[in-house]
Ligand binder design. Structure first.
Ligand code: NDP
Length: 507
């Protein structure tokens, strides 16, 4: 199946302008009216057709991740991991699977600047023979929250103040410095480090962040995290460069991605996994389902799986990128979600968002069709904008007396893997669990950024500038929170904030 559904080639061949139902229009730029300067006629249905469709061009923008860019390419297996995962896409070295990646910023609206300080979405759709698989990842290995009940609250603090209709440093930092939200500290450190402003989509990594459960064909299973490491090398902008680019060339990353592919400079990434057994998970100092933590490389080394190459630009942005629908619930045999609560909530929320944004038949939009497998379930039929033939005269239910060979092919979900029991309780895991939530943030500062010249100073600079417009009490809360990471960092933030305030008072 072709994921390009624009039909432009046919139209261009004939060059006959028509209305939306294919009726020829002789005068596309002349409206029917009474006499030369009289009122228009309701019978000018071509004009009504044109204007009415124009009014309906917009679809709801994603919330969040509204602003993005994407391209097609392939995933190629370079190393055998069939001992870890039985998915068909991994079953042979050299095997290629077509894929689509959409990169995005998170908080901004469509049309906002590509270079904003923000995590980047890194969503990949694989068109596999076992159906579509979506890896809905970010360019950071951790996240701000670990309880999904916080998500809409957190995202709202990154958006506009309901009264002033502008981004608000008080909202932003009030949320993050509230003691029970300081689980975010690790992600906040990464966000305000150099990696918070990637130089381009080509120069950043993708991380599953969440823990997944993968199993082999014998049913042996492991916890897995995926790392998609850029072959172009990490490249970031300083805060000053990012602000300048936002003013001069807000679509900088979109252009960079499109132009490099158009020139044949295909960006690529190497895909690795980390694996962990259930016993190893039990001896971790944190929960394996905690999205605010990474798995230390030394203990859980990266194992190479394959590479992703993007070599094809979309021909039509709306049809192939805007209408692309990603959801972590789109998965294939042998790749399962773990009990990570944020992932569990995303399993519902993403597909639900696509149903709202594109309609319940969004899987029929060409870019979302599982064209490499054969979708067959005649109970999933009808509904708005059903355009795929609707299973013809198949019964509208599954008749169990029929021979459905696909039922036999499907491996059962590995239900024996984990056993859960306990009372139903509101569990306040959102609350910071003391210093454990600061340990990895501190390691990032003392062990990683210390080796990158100027990185610690730039972190303090980026935070200090950002908190300068906030209230003094909020600034103090920010400084107190970062003092729990490192006293020098807190002092650096204070100095940078004071300098920015002095600078701003000149205007
Ligand atoms: P290592 O000491 O083995 O490696 C440090 C890693 O830090 C690098 O591999 C790189 O990840 C990443 N890194 C470098 N600069 C930045 C930055 N500005 N922001 C975020 N990450 C950066 O790592 P450990 O496993 O011992 O973990 C030490 C710390 O490194 C962690 O606390 C975490 O903050 C950070 N980190 C760890 C990751 C992991 O999966 N273990 C992944 C990313 C960050 P990469 O190679 O992926 O580019």
């Amino acid at each position: 199946m072709n994921t390009d559904n624009t039909n432009t080639s046919d139209v261009r061949k004939d060059r006959i302008v028509t209305n939306s139902l294919g009726n020829p229009i002789n005068e596309p730029f002349a409206t029917q009216r009474v006499g030369q300067h009289g009122p228009l006629l309701l019978q000018d249905s071509n004009l009504i057709d044109l204007l009415a469709h124009f009014n309906r061009e917009n679809i709801p923008q994603r919330l969040p991740h509204a602003h993005g860019s994407g391209a097609f390419g392939y995933f190629e297996v370079t190393d055998d991991i069939t001992d870890v995962c039985g998915s068909a896409m991994f079953n042979k070295i050299g095997k290629k699977t077509r894929c689509l990646i959409r990169f995005s910023t998170v908080g901004g609206d469509k049309g906002s600047a590509d270079t904003a300080r923000d995590p980047r979405g890194f969503s990949t759709k694989f068109y596999t023979e076992e159906g579509n698989l979506d890896w809905v990842y970010n360019n950071t290995p951790v996240f701000f929250i670990r309880d999904p009940s916080k998500f809409p609250h957190f995202i709202h603090t990154q958006r506009r103040n309901p009264e002033t209709n502008t981004p608000d440093a008080n909202m932003f930092w009030d949320f993050l410095t509230t003691p029970e939200n300081q689980v975010a500290i690790h992600q906040v450190m990464i966000l305000f480090s150099d990696r918070g402003t990637p130089a381009s989509y080509r120069h950043m990594n993708g991380y599953s962040g969440h823990t997944y459960k993968w199993s082999n064909k014998n049913g042996d299973w492991k916890y897995v995290q995926v790392h998609i490491i850029t072959d172009q090398g990490i490249k970031n902008l300083t805060i000053e460069e990012a602000i300048k680019k936002a003013g001069e060339d807000a679509d900088f990353c979109q252009k960079d991605l499109f132009n490099s592919i158009a020139k044949g400079k295909f960006p690529s990434w190497t895909v690795y996994i980390q694996t962990m057994t259930q016993d190893e998970a039990k001896s971790l100092p944190f929960s394996v389902f905690d999205l605010t933590k990474v798995w230390p490389h030394k203990q859980f080394p990266l194992r190479r799986v394959g590479r992703i190459v993007l070599n094809e630009n979309p021909k039509n942005y709306f049809a192939q990128i805007e209408e692309a629908a990603f959801a972590p619930s789109n998965t294939v045999p042998y790749q399962e979600p773990s009990a990570d609560p944020v992932l569990q909530a995303r399993l519902f929320a993403y597909a639900d968002a696509q149903r709202y944004r594109l309609g319940p038949n969004y899987h029929q939009i060409p870019v979302n069709c599982p064209y490499a497998s054969k979708m067959f379930n005649p109970a999933i039929r009808d509904g708005p904008m059903n355009v795929n033939g609707n299973f013809g005269n198949e019964p509208n239910y599954l008749n169990t007396s029929k021979d459905y060979s696909f039922i036999q092919q499907q491996k059962p979900i590995q239900q024996h893997q984990e056993v859960w029991n306990g009372p139903a309780i509101p569990y306040h895991w959102a609350t910071s669990e003391g210093d454990i939530d600061f340990v990895q943030a501190r390691e990032l500062y003392t062990k990683v950024l210390s080796k990158q010249p100027g990185a610690q100073e730039r972190l303090a600079h980026n935070i200090g500038i950002h908190i300068a417009p906030a209230a003094d009490t909020i600034q103090q809360r920010v400084i107190n929170m970062f003092a729990k990471v490192d006293k020098n960092l807190a002092n650096g933030i204070r100095k940078e904030c004071e300098a920015k305030k002095r600078d701003s008072s000149k205007f």
